[in-house]
Design a protein around this ligand. Structure first.
Ligand code: ATP
Ligand code: MG
Length: 428
């Protein structure tokens, strides 16, 4: 993409009303535009990150046996009356009427809709287990929308729902999702700590929130310091994580905490995911009955699994930024390479940069090419702000010696290379 033809409204000034780094940086990097309180337009650069996160989540869900569908954003009040949640949900639910005076709502979550769909077609143990999921916009009329996309009113969530024949099998589905979540966050370049969450009586211990450690977090969490040493790369450590203690504020009780004081850590966390088992809470009102191998009828055992896809964009930035701007992990970066022509008045340099651009596109590298006629200093600052993993600078040495300067955003390291060596380094 040539920057001269793109839509990237970056800002040098710090927006006054943004309180945390990720919100400020998303506005300054031209990723989002606030349409109204808690509701955002995703500008092209922001949308690319959102889509990448969505794709990684989808790939891992599919690998774990999830089946994707898409439920609507608008729901009828009837299904919520059936579960009893229409009255209990409160003001976070946006309610309105259609032209026939029927009560409608913008879905804040989808347990009701999915259970109704499931109950239409699945009747036998032979068809279980099932894990159905989608990635869809939700609306919650949060009392205090803030921190940009981290607590929006309209936000994108991946929500999955598992259906099983009995508790034992539901537990397996739960731990399968637990493991999948650790893999997802790892691929996103994050370390997410699974903390025991409060889910009322039904969930028991089968309820975890996944928290990214960051000072801007809204939750206080307590965890065993052993977490800091876990290498989330292998299966063994994932099993080990299941046994380590970490609890959200409301579940942590100093008196019965199994971790000694010197090993206990307290930190602020951003909740990026939440999984919980809730048994037959929805399968009963929706009559989602399953025939067992011995001919009995039982209600499906269910769990639900959410990931805040749009919140993650902010959460990743909170974990990856410095004074100059964002430092995207490669897996979610909007482009891999930012190409800068530092000599726009030298036709040879421009020709060289054009050729580098063409070659990078040819080998399938996502590149944003700053081909504008602007001061090099402004271009460098802009690239640091938007945080692409690699910067490729075409200056006087390109024309004279055929080498380009490569800067790695994450650590600021610089090297001079010829293009082929750089491409080999990228495409491994
Ligand atoms: P919170 O305690 O932050 O309000 P929640 O418990 O209401 O979260 P869930 O209903 O479990 O959240 O939703 C699943 C995920 O959706 C959360 O883990 C979070 O990542 C995301 N999420 C929830 N509310 C919002 C919001 N207002 N804006 C952005 N993401 C959200
Ligand atoms: Mg909430």
């Amino acid at each position: 993409m040539r920057l001269s033809q793109y839509y990237l409204p970056t800002q040098r000034e710090t927006p006054a009303d943004a309180q945390i780094a990720s919100h400020r940086l998303m506005l300054r990097a031209g990723m989002i535009y606030q349409s109204t309180s808690g509701i955002y337009t995703w500008l092209p650069l922001g949308l690319r990150v959102l889509r990448k996160i969505e794709l990684i989540v989808r790939e891992e869900m599919d690998k774990a046996g999830g089946i994707e569908l898409l439920m609507p954003t608008i729901q009828s009040a009837e299904v919520w009356q059936r579960s009893g949640r229409y009255d209990s949900y409160g003001k976070e639910m946006l309610r309105f009427k259609d032209r026939h005076d029927r009560e409608m709502l913008y879905g804040p979550t989808n347990e009701e809709l999915i259970t109704e769909v499931f109950a239409q077609h699945i009747k036998s143990y032979r068809d279980l287990p099932k894990n159905l999921y989608h990635t869809q916009w939700k609306f919650r009329d949060e009392i205090r929308p803030r921190f940009g996309v981290m607590r929006g009113r309209e936000f994108l969530m991946k929500d999955a729902y598992s259906f099983d024949i009995d508790y034992e099998s539901a537990k397996k589905s739960y731990w399968n999702m637990f493991e999948t979540y650790l893999k997802i966050f790892k691929r996103l370049g994050l370390t997410a700590i699974p903390v025991r969450a409060d889910s009322g009586a039904i969930g028991g211990d089968l309820s975890h929130e996944f928290q990214i450690l960051a000072p801007a977090g809204e939750s206080t969490i307590y965890y065993d310091k052993a977490f800091d040493l876990v290498d989330f790369d292998n299966e063994e450590s994932i099993t080990q994580v299941q046994h380590l203690y970490a609890a959200a504020d409301e579940k942590h009780d100093a008196a019965s905490c199994p971790v000694s004081t010197e090993n206990l850590r307290q930190a602020k966390g951003i909740e990026v995911g939440h999984i919980f088992y809730f048994g037959t809470k929805y399968s009963e009102p929706f009559n989602a009955k399953i025939t067992t191998p011995d001919g009995k009828q039982v209600f499906a055992e269910m769990g639900s699994y959410g990931i805040g896809v749009s919140r993650l964009v902010g959460a990743i930035i909170e974990a990856c930024f410095d004074g100059e701007g964002i430092k995207w992990p490669t897996s979610v970066a909007p482009f891999q390479v930012g190409l800068i022509c530092a000599k726009t008045h030298d036709p040879k340099a421009v020709g060289f940069a054009d050729a580098v651009y063409a070659k990078l596109l040819e080998v399938g590298v996502e590149v944003l090419y700053d081909d504008r006629d602007d001061r090099p200093g402004a271009k460098f600052a802009n690239m640091d702000l938007i945080g692409l993993p690699w910067q490729v600078i075409v200056g006087s040495n390109a024309v004279e010696k055929g080498v380009i300067e490569i800067k790695q955003r994450v650590n600021g390291s610089r090297q001079e290379l010829d293009l082929t060596s750089f491409i080999n380094q990228l495409v491994v």
